[in-house]
Design a binder for this molecule. Structure first.
Ligand code: HEM
Length: 460
């Protein structure tokens, strides 16, 4: 998708393609490309009384997300607020700025290296429980595995006992999300409706887990985990600790934001690897070297270029956070177009990641080697892509605080497990897309596990 410096006259009225553009992810790249030519990178239209603008041009998508003012978060966030309170994901203004400063040290590179060992340990324990010929759903496995990692790193504890509670409450909340997002949804959450009762029950279950862990950390002192760190921080100006309610909101935010997204990423990575023998062979070649096994053992995820490329390519083609929205709080000029106050602005990392204008004619193909340079080094900028074409973690002041953590976790889990296992998917199986809050595979990723004999035995 490209912008032109001149602005051709727009067809009158909202483009009829808009609704289908938003509703049918698979058709998005082609439709967007066709529309952009006429609409100069920003497609505007109405859905009932709601004004919508889709940023189809990578530069404009990035511009929207990095704007210092003039937008607020979208509707989904208002719904999430009823669950997460005022945690990082849902707070705004000064509170968001202050909390971001306070929480940031939990994601310092030094801390991430420490969490890396937890990720590897969790993956190896999972691997030890698998058997050759096991048939299982890797989407479920990855979900419980990333919850395990989040338990160790955020809570500093084994959450196996609480895991079922968290997983069930979260699954129920996700299933209620589409209902809560309807125009009447927010109202239904304010009155004593069935929807509100179910949401409250789920939140109460999550709260019990969080309370139990926070109490344990208060009693035990710093265990190197994120909860310990949040309890230890002091406000620069007042010297006060973080209020208990704020700790609860932040912990719950990290717990939910940090587990589902990475699980979805890993599920798709397994699926794509099973479909693409050449990429799997390149991964096996990397993992069979003792240097790579040393890197996994030491948690040095940056030293696994091919595994990183698998993760990056999956983020491009199957971004777990497939859509990010903002609402304009004033009339904004974006790409030579006026976007009126109150418009829902949509950035689709899914559409941007599949656009042939950014990624070439083979944009729809899952090809990890596009992230490697001629010497086989991982190149974060994926040679040639325009800025804004790869936004799986967003951009600007609200960019994902867990981006490095997630890449570390996904890379090491994949490396540790793929050293031992390959996954076979039934020929012709189509997982389908379930674009709820995250872009889950609708039918999961059912596989048969096979021992990966090509790999070197991992150091334990
Ligand atoms: C593959 C995994 C992940 C993806 C694709 C992802 C994606 C995103 C995106 C797109 C945003 C920005 C939303 C917006 O601009 O409105 C975001 C924000 C956020 N993410 Fe992630 N995320 C991932 C993993 C994680 C992890 C592991 C954690 C924590 C342990 C985390 C915590 C957060 C938080 C707290 C925010 C809100 C930041 C703020 O507004 O200041 N995420 N994430």
């Amino acid at each position: 998708m490209t912008t032109t410096s001149t602005h051709p006259a727009r067809p009158a009225g909202p483009p009829p393609e808009l609704r289908r553009l938003l509703l049918n992810l698979d058709e998005m790249p082609e439709r967007a490309a066709a529309i952009v030519a006429a609409h100069d990178g920003v497609v505007q239209g109405r859905s009932g009384p709601v004004r919508v603008a889709v940023m189809c041009d990578p530069g404009l998508a990035r511009e929207l997300l990095t704007r210092p003012a003039g937008t607020t978060q979208g509707r989904g966030i208002m719904v999430l607020k009823t669950i997460l309170g005022q945690g990082l994901l849902t707070s705004s203004g000064d509170l968001h700025r202050r909390q971001r400063r306070l929480v940031q040290p939990a994601f310092h590179p030094g801390r991430i290296s420490a969490y890396a060992h937890d990720a590897v340990r969790a993956a190896r324990e999972r691997s030890a429980a698998w058997r050759d010929g096991d048939r299982l759903d890797l989407a479920e496995e990855m979900s419980s595995l990333t919850l395990d990692v989040v338990g160790r790193t955020i809570f500093g504890t084994d959450v196996t006992e609480d895991a079922r509670e968290v997983a069930e409450a979260q699954a129920d909340l996700l299933s209620l999300f589409p209902r809560a997002l309807r125009p009447t949804g927010l109202l239904a959450l304010r009155f004593p409706t069935r929807l509100r009762r179910r949401v409250r029950d789920d939140v109460a279950r999550l709260d019990r887990v969080v309370e139990h862990v926070v109490a344990a950390r208060r009693a035990s002192g710093d265990a190197g985990d994120m909860v310990s760190m949040l309890l230890a921080v002091r406000d620069e100006e007042t010297g006060e600790p973080m209020p208990a309610r704020q700790v609860r909101d932040e912990v719950l935010t990290l717990l939910l934001a940090g587990h589902e997204t990475t699980a979805v990423l890993l599920s798709w990575a397994w699926f794509e690897l099973a479909q693409t023998p050449s990429a799997r062979a390149a991964l096996d070649a990397e993992l069979s070297s003792s240097a790579a096994q040393g890197a996994v053992e030491a948690g040095r995820w940056q030293d696994l270029p091919v595994t990183r490329a698998v993760v990056a390519e999956t983020l491009r083609l199957r971004p777990p956070a497939h859509v990010t929205t903002r609402i304009t709080t004033e009339d904004l000029e974006i790409g030579g177009t006026t976007v009126r106050r109150g418009t829902i602005c949509v950035v689709s990392p899914y559409g941007l990641g599949r656009d042939p204008a950014s990624w070439g004619a083979d944009a729809a193909q899952w090809r990890p080697d596009r992230w490697l340079d001629a010497d086989g080094r991982y190149d974060e900028a994926a040679p040639g892509q325009p800025r804004g074409a790869f936004l799986p973690f967003g951009a600007g002041s609200r960019v994902c605080i867990g981006a490095a953590f997630a890449q570390m976790e996904a890379t090491l889990i994949l490396a540790a497990l793929a050293t031992q296992w390959r996954a076979e998917v039934e020929p012709g199986f189509d997982p389908g897309l379930q674009p709820l809050v995250t872009l889950r595979p609708r039918r999961g990723v059912p596989v048969t596990l096979r021992s990966a004999r090509t790999a070197a035995a991992p150091a334990r």
